[in-house]
Ligand binder design. Sequence first.
Ligand SMILES: O=C(O)CCC(=O)C(=O)O
Ligand SMILES: [Fe+2]
Length: 319
Amino acid sequence: MAQKRTLDAFFTVVPKRRKENEPDQDAQAGHSAHPAYPFPIANLPALMVRDVASLPARPGRRINDQPDLDLLYFEPYIPAYLGKQMFDFLRSELPFYRVEYDIKRGGYQTHIVTPRWTTVFGLDDTSYFDAGGAVTDKLSTMKANDKRYDRYPPRPIPQCLDALRKSTEAATNCKFNFCLVNYYASGADSISFHSDDERFLGAEPAIASFSLGARRDFLMKHKAPRPGESAAATEARGVKLALGSGDMVLMRGATQSSWLHSVPKRTGRNQDDGGRINITFRRAMVKDGTENYYNYNVGRGPVYRWDRTSRQMVLWERG
Ligand SMILES: O=C(O)CCC(=O)C(=O)O
Ligand SMILES: [Fe+2]
């Protein structure tokens, strides 16, 4: 019920719009525009783009001292001053969603309200955006025609996130075509134990995961061994990384197939330490990935946007 009260409160707040005579701080940098965006998304100012291009701030440290675990931990990847700027920028400029869906759990239909704000950009490896922004099939170079793209028209990764994607590709030797963003407004927002091992990512997917803003615990535990599998896995200890602003964890190899990860809720004194943004870069190989990511990170509900005055996500109304 707390969830419902919070949502009702959001509906009553109308986002503030820039007045005609107020300077647009992004005027010089411009915007990323696409018909599938709910609104144009501001570009990162040139100075920030320059700074992002010089990352990572530190080399990554390998963590592979446990069965099937292969992490590369950059602590940090983004220095504090830039992490703060990026946190404020992305929270203010991106469209966010509070996705709801129904699942069957233990024979019962359950309604899920995703316990965090989400948004997603990208397109799987079978297609690309042509110069005009049209989703185009790689093989035929014709406009892609597939029902999996119809429900949620794919959105190109905006410049403000693409700068970091390029840096991450260079630092990791991996390719990424998707960018998922989570915003945890407080300790009440969370992600439960799961693995990102969907078939559409292919075998041994590499996922780069950035933290900005409040420090939150990132917990990992080994999956139960499947029948006939070595019991060595059961000897694995849990992993706890207290991820700070600017940190990046690359999860690769057998990590997704063998381990679960979560960001648990925080209660008591730590609940209101401020928001946290998580950015993950991934590579979806096939169209099912595009459909799945938009379904669970954009969905069919309303768009929200950060309001600097009331300091909360408010319903965004086209206008
Ligand atoms: O917020 C995080 O650090 C983790 C997010 C995550 O696991 C996911 O989006 O799949
Ligand atoms: Fe995950």
